[in-house]
Write a new protein. Sequence first.
Length: 230
Amino acid sequence: MLTVFLTDLADQDVLLPVEALVLLALLALRRWRVALAWAVVMASGSVLTLVLKLALEACGPTPDRVLYSPSGHTMAGTMVYGCLLAMAGLRLPVVIGGAGAIACVLAWSRLALGAHTLVEVVVGGVLGVAMVCLFRRLAGPGAAMSGRTVRVLSVVVIGLIAVCHGHRSTVEIAIQHVSRFDLGPLLCRAAPGAPVYGHAVSSAALAMPSPSSSGRSVSSSGRQRPTALR
């Protein structure tokens, strides 16, 4: 299925090995400034997405959900592949356009799978393109690699993606659990007589669109566990 294939390209089990490999390659090439820019942008983008998800998911999805969980797949995939594109020696408008195209493809796959709303994938895409621009600025003119280096790195990255593709990270489940059950009672105030999120929540309030899951598991304590946003 094309949508699953595309969305799996931006799974953390694929992107994290790619991020580590590229950083090691930059260090081996002694491209210190580019390596630092890569590390700073990858870390910043990940932390920003994590903070947004923890904060926005704490109170649970509302019936008229618009912005609940910014698309981490769209953001991270745009950031990583866009920054790789920035090292190909292309002009800034081309890099931004390419990053935007990547964001659109990943956003479409997330929408088609029912994992996110339009606003959520737009937020993810905008953040991803912003991270690409930040990388280009931090890395400076030295971000461009030689043609031979780009070809070798491309082959290695594609090979790594082929090996890791199809593996799906459980980080979304962990983020949702911490946000809903740990932060929810602290950040969210229920209306008088309404249950507090994270303690007693109706199944309708926890309902999340998922392409492969029709329900939620129940923990030993009786609390409902959130399903992952695929």
